[in-house]
Design a protein around this ligand. Structure first.
Ligand SMILES: [Zn+2]
Length: 206
């Protein structure tokens, strides 16, 4: 199996030798104490370092400029002028209000104008924005705007369905509840037929 390079846009782990600053580790010890446990007991000794590194990974999107994934385009598309759709892309993010996981799937479509990108690039754009502290509405808008501004297609449609651990594991504790957000641009916003077509392709028509 090939090693994933950062270019692949997969989870970028903190560099193996990267040290966790003392104040970061101390903050996590404080949180453990606040939660009611003893950060000096054996099982928790190494936890602050692990948590700190995990958070660098969850938030690796801050070190990424998602638009860079759209720089390389292909112009020879044999006259293809239909919808390009990447469906059911699993992703993970964290809500900025509770720093709790957001776990979901995204459907990303665009109607090309002259050129296309490698299909996996759409997922990389998603992950670049998802690996930050987010709210689902903004994540949806950022992905759509990025594709709209950098690929300049005739239309962009982004639909995200996700469940929020801050709702399912705490607060009102309603497991199984998912939230859906969407952003339609260009022909998918202005033309009813195009919007219905893309939603049907996403399996959301009806
Ligand atoms: Zn939340």
């Amino acid at each position: 199996m090939a090693e994933a390079s950062p270019e692949d846009g997969d989870l970028i782990a903190a560099p193996a030798g990267a040290e966790v600053p003392d104040d970061v580790a101390e903050a996590i010890r404080t949180l453990i104490r606040w939660a009611g446990d003893d950060p000096t007991r054996e099982g928790l000794i190494d936890t602050p370092r692990r948590v700190a590194k995990a958070w660098k990974e969850y938030c690796s999107g801050y070190a990424d400029d998602p638009s860079r994934h759209l720089e390389r385009v292909f112009e020879e598309v044999g006259g293809y002028d239909e919808i390009v759709l990447l469906k059911d892309i699993p992703f993970q993010s964290h809500c900025e209000h509770h720093m709790a996981p957001i776990i979901g799937r995204a459907h990303i479509a665009y109607l090309p104008c002259d050129h296309v990108v490698g299909i996996s690039k759409l997922a990389r754009v998603l992950h670049g924005f998802a690996r930050r502290l987010q709210v689902q509405e903004r994540l949806t808008a950022e992905v759509a705007d990025c594709i709209w501004n950098h690929l300049k297609p005739l239309g962009v449609a982004v639909v995200i369905e996700a469940s929020h651990a801050c709702m399912t594991a705490r607060g009102v504790r309603t497991p199984g509840v998912a939230m859906t957000t969407s952003r339609m641009m260009g022909v998918f916003r202005d033309d009813d037929r195009s919007r219905k077509e893309v939603l049907a392709l996403m399996g959301l028509g009806g």
